[in-house]
Design a protein around this ligand. Sequence first.
Ligand code: ADP
Ligand code: TMP
Ligand code: ASP
Length: 239
Amino acid sequence: MEKREELYAGKAKSVYTTDDPDLLVMHFRNDTSAFDGKKREQLDRKGAVNNQFNAFIMSKLREAGIPTHMERQLSVDESLVKRLQMIPVECVVRNIAAGSICRRLGIQEGTELSPPTYELFLKDDALGDPMINESHALSFAWATEAQLERMKELTFMANDVLRKLFLDGGMLLVDFKLEFGVFHGEVLLADEFSPDGCRLWDKETREKLDKDRFRQDLGNVVESYEQVGRRLGMTFSYQ
Ligand code: ADP
Ligand code: TMP
Ligand code: ASP
């Protein structure tokens, strides 16, 4: 497999074409952003940590029957993935209220949500990733009814698997965001699952261990991501 030109540079990852039209190299950079790119910083080791964290979680999800874009980890900060037609809709499950739902609905942070809520957001930084519903996705042809149904099913499957995985490591999976794409007609889980796109709290102290440390200037951002990984039994390499 030969890496060719850069196809797309996002806020935290760059994507490269390869000699195989069906495969892309995803490079996890140290760039860290929040608030739709308004806050940005470079954090040492973050690319490597998120790449390895994502590879670990994607393999757990695949074992649980969730089809993903992951082919294999290539290096400390690169992975080979299937090239998908991305669906511009972000799927969010919340087990505990935090972040935008607290602001939008006046809910107190930490309120348990039972059953968990499921929300959709349009992936559009210029618009601030607005919340949308299934009707919007259908009217604007961002996804079909069958795709929306499958995305919801896979997102809840991921919630079941990951809630338990993190709880076994003494952590609460507060919420998370997933992105999906289409590969030869099949909906696959894409992008990444890392502490950049979810909220994780220590089960006992409720200390924040995810990107809220960056958003809220709490410090020790990457150190917390590493601690989360180690609590799941991971070891990280940096070169
Ligand atoms: P953002 O676009 O939010 O700034 P990133 O910096 O993480 O995000 O960039 C990664 C980009 O690659 C995103 O636009 C994401 O939707 C896209 N992407 C993720 N997985 C795949 C895939 N398997 N095929 C094609 N594009 C993908
Ligand atoms: P929110 O509280 O800001 O709506 O985010 C809910 C969860 O989804 C949180 O873990 C962050 C994640 N998320 C992203 O990573 N990127 C996004 O663009 C959105 C809308 C949410
Ligand atoms: N992932 C988005 C960004 O990088 C939103 C966020 O994390 O606050 O801006």
